[in-house]
Ligand binder design. Structure first.
Ligand code: ADP
Ligand code: MG
Length: 238
C-alpha cells in the first residue's frame, strides 16, 4: 500500500483560548478542497503542513515520512498564497527561476525550463516584467509557474484566486487542473483552500469543511449537495 501523500495525526495548535486539532489523510494524486468560515483555521492548517507554524502536539507525515520537526524547505511541497507570492524587486523570469535555484547563474537547461513553465501558464515573453507591471491574475499565474517548476509532489494553495473575478478564477482553476494532468503519471496532490464551494464541486475529489479549528465534515465533493453536518449546511446557506 502506498503511503498517503499527507497525513496529519492529532496535529494541534493553540491561539489563546482557541485550540485547533486536525486529523487528515490525503492520497497521492488527490485534489482536496478545504472550505469553511473565516477564522475556522484553514490557513493555520496549511501553515502547519508547510512548517511555518510548529504544532504543540501531533505528527505530520508527507509521503510517509515524519516531517513534524522539518524546516519548511525540507518538506516536499510548494505553497501558493492569496497574494505576495512574488519578490517585487525581481522580474518574472527571476521569480520563476527561484523555483529551481537561488543561485544567480542558471544553466541553459534551467533557463529553458523557466521559459517552458512560463509558456505553460500562458506568459511567454513576460519574463522581463516586474510583478507591479502585471495584473493580479498574471501574478498568480507566475506563482503557479514557479510552484510547478519545483516539481514537488504536494501543492498547497491558500485562496490563491480569491482576489480575481469569477471568469478569471474559473480559468485559473482549469489551468491548475491541466497542469496537474500534465504532471501525470507522477501524482501531484493538491490541497486548495477556497471560499467558493463551486470551485470545490468542479475540481476537487474530496472536500473538507473546517469549523472552529476542526475538520467538521469530509467527503466526496458531492457531499456539498445535501450535507448532514448542520454547521456545513449553515455555511452553504441550506
Ligand atoms: N499567529 C496567530 N496568532 C494568534 N492567533 C492567530 C494567529 N493565526 C491565526 N490566529 C487565529 O486563529 C484563527 C484561525 O485563523 P486562520 O487559520 O487564519 O483562519 P481561516 O484561514 O480559516 O480564515 C483565527 O481566530 C485567528 O485569529
Ligand atoms: Mg485564511
Amino acid at each position: 500500500m502506498t503511503a498517503p501523500a499527507l497525513h496529519l495525526d492529532g496535529v494541534a495548535t493553540r491561539f489563546g483560548a482557541e485550540e485547533m486539532i486536525f486529523d487528515l489523510s490525503v492520497s497521492p494524486g488527490e485534489w482536496l478542497a478545504v472550505i469553511g468560515p473565516s477564522g475556522a483555521g484553514k490557513s493555520t492548517l496549511l501553515d502547519l503542513v508547510a512548517g511555518f507554524l510548529a504544532p504543540d502536539a501531533g505528527r505530520i507525515l508527507i509521503d510517509g515520512i515524519d516531517r513534524t520537526q522539518s524546516a519548511p524547505a525540507e518538506r516536499r511541497l510548494s505553497m501558493v498564497f492569496q497574494d505576495n507570492n512574488l519578490f517585487p524587486h525581481l522580474d518574472v523570469f527571476q521569480n520563476v527561476a527561484l523555483g529551481i535555484t537561488s543561485r544567480r547563474r542558471l544553466s541553459d537547461g534551467d533557463r529553458d525550463r523557466v521559459e517552458a513553465s512560463l509558456a505553460a501558464v500562458g506568459l511567454e515573453g513576460f519574463g522581463a516584467r516586474r510583478p507591479a507591471e502585471m495584473s493580479g491574475g498574471e501574478r498568480q499565474r507566475v506563482a503557479l509557474a514557479r510552484a510547478f517548476l519545483r516539481e514537488r509532489p504536494l501543492l498547497l494553495l491558500d485562496e490563491p484566486f480569491a482576489a480575481l473575478g469569477p471568469a478569471l478564477r474559473r480559468n485559473m482553476l482549469a489551468l491548475l487542473a491541466s497542469l496537474k494532468a500534465a504532471r501525470a503519471p507522477a501524482p501531484m496532490t493538491i490541497v486548495l483552500v477556497t471560499h467558493n464551494p463551486e470551485d470545490a464541486r468542479r475540481h476537487a475529489d474530496r472536500v473538507a469543511f473546517l469549523d472552529k479549528g476542526r475538520i467538521a465534515a469530509i467527503g466526496p465533493a458531492a457531499m456539498l449537495d445535501d450535507p448532514a453536518d448542520p454547521a456545513l449546511r449553515a455555511y452553504l446557506g441550506l
